[in-house]
Write a protein that binds this ligand. Structure first.
Ligand code: SF4
Length: 740
């Protein structure tokens, strides 16, 4: 390998793009060459707004600098998303940057079973390219894959997707966004003709009926909940969720459906609306296809059948249908309770169908609205080059390849014609011996992937695992052969796109520690060492790439050609797509943009489509041996996913239990002699974990809830996926309880 790396290094062209210096020199004075610690463009004693780097709400945070150092932050009062509010994570957003376990230098495990050792960027790059090329030479180009993230800026996502697929011959790459958003992507594409969440946050304030499905908004998206609290229409707040969550308690109606009965429930609700004559047949005829078939499909979902499936009585169903009928502006919102399901796509589409049949779309306070998870999941949906070709284009379409090849400078002939494997297929491909090299960026699958052991074991089977991350301490980084130290949020420039399609700016206001580089600059180094830097000559800076991305969006539903610069994004307080040049004057008057106000959807005939299917059984139902359903989800507003960042904050740590716990209903606890805070074991067919019992009526008898933030939770879950979106179904597996 060493010889190959040496050979490769010798064959490399001079580093022309940086005017001659060797990598070591580059890294000694990186700012001089456009790499690494480039001085921020923000004035050293200024206050500047940037978009938060945790969740998809996309709040604006004012970061205050003193002597060039970010010293504190406050929520922006004039940013149209959060209007002066922030959740605990936002307030503590700077803290994780200072953590001791930041990756500060490349680290290489020189032999199996050995320790990770600090190496130079030169050695890291030679090894990275040498090992991956060697694996490709031996097992084929497809034997190397990547798994990325919804946490990096869109320019970096696009660069990774282009460099890997059009430069390095990597076919299979996916993101951790598969875990949260894939279902909504497929649902919207099939129903509307494009992946297009139609709403603006102002809709939370305009609705008179707000229906939240599988969404604990109060803690998962607290600022969106605050927007509901600003609603002056005294809205009905309907919560459809198996758990009596914080949001269900705060709402006005709660429908605690049985876990994974949602598809039958929504088809039953559609039937009640049809039977009562509470549908808008004029709107349907003018703007939709497939309603007659849908009407026939739901005919068998009688109230009695639905009660049997969901536990919700015919009277309750009628009450809900009547609430929708009486509402003038009804909005439907869903998130992970729907998306993370074995039949999430059809369930999301059942919700979309309700909005279409009642004409609750395209008007203020309405919509079939998927709430996204990660800060840049929406950027990843358009620009990661995984589920579609850059800019919502189609890999299989020659004209699209020509367009992307010309704008990006990579050449259409280098663009692949097919989608690669999804996340779960990549993991299976490793187990099958087809994937031998993996590049993991800013995600921690050995903690977060469903049926975690399967992922973790896959990492051990690889010939070469590279982890590019802010931290060298994550479970996945600890398994790596090579760790590439990356800058984090606020240490680099770029854009995120939030849930309401708002492009928001992230700025460099802090220096990355040690030799850590922005992901963007790591990609530039890799392009050079791989020998394809000429092909990526146009990818010279984040803003240059941003301009390419807007150009790529031309003529697409997500057209943002009216956004001319970072400065424009900054001045407007973020800009929602679409934004063409002709949209800019209206934008100046009202920075809120909603889709489908003209009743035109993105299918060729401009109509939306009723999409539906049969309900299907869960992969693993309860039985005598495993009689409880385990639900997983967010535990508190102070925790973010695998906690690699939030755990670094002393403030946030005080806002949630330190150890993993399980919520159990008082009746179940009493029957088993379980007292609050006692240690119990939860057993699934995959594993057994010891947890603390939290006895609470927030879960119903026969159900348990475990927060996903603790690594043990996914030892229990089962690898079950939606067949259309390949999104994991985290919300249902069968378990038992043992008490010593
Ligand atoms: Fe950041 Fe989301 Fe909290 Fe807003 S709600 S401050 S975007 S984590």
């Amino acid at each position: 390998m060493k010889t190959l790396a040496k050979k490769l290094a010798q064959s490399l062209p001079p580093i022309r793009q940086w005017k001659g210096p060797k990598t070591a020199e580059l890294l000694r004075s990186p700012g001089k060459f456009g790499l690494g610690q480039v001085p921020t463009s923000v004035k050293p004693d200024a206050t500047t707004n940037l978009v938060c780097g945790f969740c998809s709400t996309g709040c604006g945070l004012n970061v205050h600098l003193k002597d060039g150092k970010a010293v504190s932050l406050t929520p922006s009062t004039n940013y149209p998303v959060n209007l002066g509010m922030a959740c605990p994570k936002g307030w503590e957003a700077l803290t994780p940057l200072e953590s001791d376990d930041r990756a500060t230098t490349p680290m290489l495990r020189k032999q199996r079973g050995g320790e990770l050792e600090a190496v130079s960027w030169e050695e890291a790059m030679e090894t990275f390219c040498g090992r991956f090329k060697e694996i490709q030479a031996e097992h084929g180009e497809e034997s190397v894959a990547f798994i990325s993230t919804g946490q990096i800026v869109a320019e970096e996502m696009a660069f990774l997707g282009a460099l890997s697929k059009f430069g390095m011959g990597i076919k299979h790459g996916d993101g951790n966004t598969r875990q949260c958003m894939a279902t909504s992507v497929v649902s919207y594409k099939q129903s509307f003709g494009f992946d297009a969440p139609p709403y603006t946050y102002q809709d939370f304030e305009e609705s008179d009926v707000i229906i939240l499905v599988g969404s604990n908004l109060c803690i998962a998206h607290p600022i969106m909940w605050q927007r509901i609290e600003r609603n002056k229409h005294n809205p009905e707040i309907v919560v459809i969720d198996p758990r009596r969550t914080e949001t269900a308690v705060a709402g006005t109606q709660h429908y605690p459906i049985l876990p994974k009965s949602d598809l039958s429930f929504f088809y039953g609700l559609a039937k009640v609306l049809i039977d009562q004559g509470w549908v808008d047949r004029g709107f349907i005829a003018e703007h939709c296809n497939g309603f007659a078939e849908f009407e026939t499909h739901v005919a068998s979902f009688t109230p009695e059948f639905v009660q049997q499936q969901s536990g919700i009585s015919p009277e309750q169903m009628l009450k809900l249908a009547e609430t929708i009928h009486k509402g003038e502006r009804v909005s439907f919102w869903w998130t992970m309770g729907v998306n993370q399901s074995h039949e999430g796509v059809r369930t999301a589409q059942a919700i979309i169908n309700l909005a279409l049949m009642t004409a609750n779309i395209g008007r203020p306070g309405t919509g079939a609205n998927s709430i996204t998870g990660q800060c840049n999941a929406m950027g990843s949906r358009l620009f990661s080059n995984t589920t579609n070709l850059l800019g919502g284009h189609d890999f299989a379409n020659e004209a699209h390849r020509e367009k992307v090849g010309a704008i990006t400078g990579v050449g259409a002939e280098n663009i692949t014609k097919e989608l690669g494997w999804t996340y779960d297929q990549i993991v299976d491909g490793i187990h099958a011996g087809k994937i031998k090299g993996l590049w993991v960026l800013a995600t921690n699958g050995s903690h977060s992937w469903i049926q975690q052991d399967k992922y973790s074991e896959a990492m051990e089977k690889l010939d070469f695992l590279v982890v590019q991350d802010m931290y060298s301490s994550t479970e996945t980084a600890q398994q790596a052969d090579l760790v590439l130290p990356a800058a984090g949020w606020a240490e680099k420039d770029g854009v995120f796109i939030n849930s309401e399609r708002r492009v928001g700016l992230v700025k460099k206001v802090a220096e990355a520690p040690g030799q850590a580089l922005s992901d963007f600059n790591i990609f530039r180094l890799i392009a050079h060492y791989w020998g394809v830097s000429e092909r990526f000559a146009k990818w010279s800076s984040p803003e240059a790439v941003f301009k390419m991305l807007t150009e790529l969006s031309a003529g697409q539903a997500c057209d943002m050609t009216g956004i001319s610069s970072y400065q424009m994004v900054d001045e407007f307080g973020g800009i929602q797509w679409p934004c063409r040049a002709e949209d800019v004057p209206a934008l100046s008057r009202d920075n809120q943009r909603r889709l489908f106000e003209d009743g035109k959807f993105y299918h060729p005939d401009q109509k939306a489509k009723f999409v539906f299917g049969d309900a299907t059984p869960v992969l693993e139902d309860t039985d005598e041996e495993f009689p409880y359903v385990l639900l997983t989800g967010r535990g508190s507003s102070a925790q973010w996913h695998t906690q690699s960042r939030t755990i670094k904050s002393e403030v946030l740590r005080k806002l949630h239990p330190a150890e993993i716990y399980v919520e159990i209903h008082p009746d179940d606890a009493k029957g088993l002699g379980i007292r609050p805070n006692s240690k119990i074991k939860i057993v699934s067919r995959r594993s057994t974990v010891e947890v603390t019992a939290s006895v609470t009526p927030s879960v119903y008898p026969g159900q348990l809830f475990m927060p996903m933030h603790y690594a043990k939770a996914n030892k229990l879950t089962i690898a079950s996926f939606d067949p259309y979106s390949r999104q994991p179904s985290y919300k249902f597996c069968a378990v038992n309880i043992t008490v010593d």
